[in-house]
Design a protein around this ligand. Structure first.
Ligand SMILES: Nc1ncnc2c1ncn2[C@@H]1O[C@H](COP(=O)(O)OP(=O)(O)OP(=O)(O)O)[C@@H](O)[C@H]1O
Length: 309
């Protein structure tokens, strides 16, 4: 559906985007994950034809969007990071305004506004003024505005920043529901939990570059320290530690906080062997905590820094 090929964007001496390439397929919830300043917003401004790249190509359904921007503009909905609403108008009036911008009118527009109020869960408050809305409700209305013209591709730029957990969950559910209805979504965020939860494909960016891309399962494969297992025994000593180190697939084990923490290849098969070793040594296991690697670990592994520096 969308191919981004070797994109560069300089702002004077600032290299905001440096050789970014990725492909979004129809039906994807495609995650662009990276810390502040990684180049996510610049990349999506280029895809949205709001910004010309310094070099590189963006193909939408096979055609260069800078030679003909009509097809992508027709099919694209954008939820910008900054709320684009009139605070003194009601939610309904805001949607009427944006509907007119998209060329929608009359009963068709009214019907669409009613559908959208439902989708974003604002039915009961749609006739209230936007300056009476919570931050989360404003974000939901912002999403609604992007849906008026029934886009095929929806770009959401950090749509959950600064809102309460309930509104956040509502937005995440809405994203999944819209995708189920057939909308392809590009979702940018610096919250790895959201990207892990929503996205089937993930592109991790840092300092203007793509540092890794693929499915979550492919990305976590990049991390050397795979599963982390912490075990508490009734009695922990070097004897049991050494015997756990002998298990194939365990490559590091240490006594930590009176328990043993080890890293291994595959948590599921390791557990059975850990239990067997404990039994062999006459030890009782009091607790086991298994942590599978996540995207935070991938980012740390590839860049040497935390995603939320
Ligand atoms: N119009 C501009 N003029 C100058 N520099 C810019 C401009 N827009 C972005 N930049 C710079 O380009 C780099 C990438 O910014 P960008 O906004 O794309 O990152 P981001 O990953 O979206 O981060 P954020 O989540 O903070 O928006 C940053 O160093 C930023 O300061």
């Amino acid at each position: 559906m969308l191919k981004i090929k070797n994109l560069y964007k300089n702002f004077g001496s600032i290299k905001a985007v440096e050789g970014v390439s990725f492909e979004v397929k129809k039906g994807d919830i495609y995650g662009l994950l990276g810390p502040n300043g990684a180049g996510k917003s610049t990349t999506i401004s280029i895809i949205s034809t709001l910004l010309q790249p310094t070099s590189g190509e963006v193909l939408y359904e096979g055609s260069n969007i800078f030679l003909d921007s009509k097809p992508i503009r027709r099919d694209l909905g954008i939820v910008p990071q900054d709320i684009a609403l009139y605070p003194t108008l009601t939610g309904y009036e805001n949607l009427l305004f944006w509907g007119n911008v998209y060329g929608l009118k009359g009963s068709q527009l009214k019907k669409r506004i009613s559908e959208i109020s439902d989708i974003v869960g604002l039915n009961e408050r749609i006739k209230d003024r936007v300056d009476k809305y919570s931050g989360g409700m404003k974000r939901r209305l912002n999403i609604g505005a992007a849906l008026l013209h029934m886009p095929k591709l929806l770009i959401m730029d950090e749509p959950t920043v600064g809102i309460d957990p309930q509104s956040r969950n509502h937005i995440l559910d809405t994203v999944l529901e819209l995708n189920k209805q057939g909308i392809t979504i590009i979702y940018t965020s610096h919250y790895m939990e959201e990207v892990e939860y929503l996205c089937n494909q993930i592109c991790i960016m840092d300092e203007g570059k793509v540092i890794a891309l693929g499915r979550k399962s492919e990305l976590v494969e990049l991390v050397k320290e795979k599963t982390q297992i912490s075990i508490r025994f009734d009695k922990t000593d070097v004897c049991v530690l050494n015997s756990l180190k002998e298990i194939r697939g365990v490559f590091d084990a240490n006594i930590v906080d009176e328990g043993i923490t080890l890293f291994g290849d595959n948590g599921d098969t390791l557990l059975a062997e850990i239990i067997a070793k404990a039994t062999e040594h006459g030890r009782r296991i009091e607790s086991i905590d298994v942590k599978k690697p996540n995207l935070e670990a991938v980012f740390l592994h590839l860049t040497g820094k935390a995603l939320r520096d």
